[in-house]
Design a protein around this ligand. Structure first.
Ligand SMILES: [Zn+2]
Length: 303
């Protein structure tokens, strides 16, 4: 028995083929998006190639889970809101089910990442884990008591859209001044342009900071503290035992991740014990793991 986990990006789709019994990632493949309004053919082609290359019969695949960079319906069948990439069809799951001929369930990608880390990565054995993906934006997934926490209205974990600056930078969510427009990769790109000039990006900001540019160091420190305060709110509200960071920005350990972890530990409320705060363990694959193994009642019905 095998499962497919899919992670949808703006230009590429990452597809993972997993063995069901030991949750092992057998192989993965990135395919380019040819039609954002209907991803089913791109995904099917990728799945077919993965099966052929690994000598697996297509009929042995029992399910497909798809990580979506936005909000999906509670049953995992409909896309509700995707703030940052092109228009994904609302009925992506239905189209994909027809094409792949296996049950398909959608899950918000940040929740998929948190679930993947809980099942197979850095959050195994924890009670309440928060997995923060620091990419272009900020994605936050929460796993509590062995279940993905969605919230009653389905929007739990939208830390990236916390209003950090009154009337600030415009955000893809339709609001202004959101945390991710300052503290994630996309936000730091804007800061880099403001400070260093047109064409500059977050990575220039970090290299300038390493060279001793005090202004670059200051804006990075400000972003660290701004994000840190957002995370302290989560720690104080939820008292998690584990916080994990993934995404490109988490690789900036010396200038970003480590100061962020120190800031949270220094300022969060504590009754003695602090949460474990560290880098996620599955890297770019955590959403694939989580999507592939997202609880899906339809699979049980198939058995
Ligand atoms: Zn926003």
């Amino acid at each position: 028995m095998y499962r497919i986990g899919v992670d949808i990006g703006g230009t590429k789709i990452n597809i993972g083929l997993f063995k069901d019994d030991d949750r092992k990632l057998i192989a993965h493949k990135k395919v380019y998006v040819t039609d954002i309004s209907d991803l089913s053919n791109d995904i099917k082609a990728g799945v077919g190639e993965l099966c052929t290359a690994n000598g697996i019969k297509y009929g042995d695949i029992v399910s497909c889970g798809v990580g979506i960079p936005g909000t999906v319906s509670a049953d995992g069948k409909e896309i509700i809101k995707v703030p940052n990439i092109g228009i994904l069809a609302k009925d992506t799951a239905i189209k994909l089910e027809k094409t792949l001929k296996v049950p398909v369930k959608l899950v918000q990608d940040s929740r998929a990442a948190a679930w993947g880390e809980y099942l197979c990565g850095g959050a195994t054995g924890t009670n309440t884990s928060v997995c923060v993906t620091l990419g272009t934006g900020i994605g936050t997934g929460i796993v509590m008591n062995g279940e993905i926490y969605n919230g009653a209205l389905g929007c739990a974990g939208e830390l990236g859209h916390l209003v950090a600056v009154e009337n600030g930078r415009e955000c893809g969510c339709g609001k202004k001044g959101c945390l991710e427009k300052y503290c994630a990769g996309g936000g730091l790109d804007i800061t880099a342009k403001e400070l260093l000039g047109a064409g500059k990006t977050a990575s220039d900001l970090f290299s300038e900071s390493k060279k001793g540019n005090e202004k670059a160091q200051e804006v990075i420190n400000n972003a660290v503290k701004m994000l840190g305060r957002g995370l302290i709110a989560i720690v104080n509200l939820m008292s998690p035992d584990c916080i994990l960071f993934s995404g490109g920005l988490s690789d900036q350990e010396e200038l970003y991740l480590n100061p962020l972890i120190d800031y949270i530990k220094e300022h969060c409320y504590s009754a003695g014990e602090l949460p474990v705060i560290k880098k996620a363990e599955l890297g770019e694959f955590s959403p694939l793991y989580g999507a592939a193994f997202v609880p899906n009642k339809e699979i049980i019905e198939l058995d």
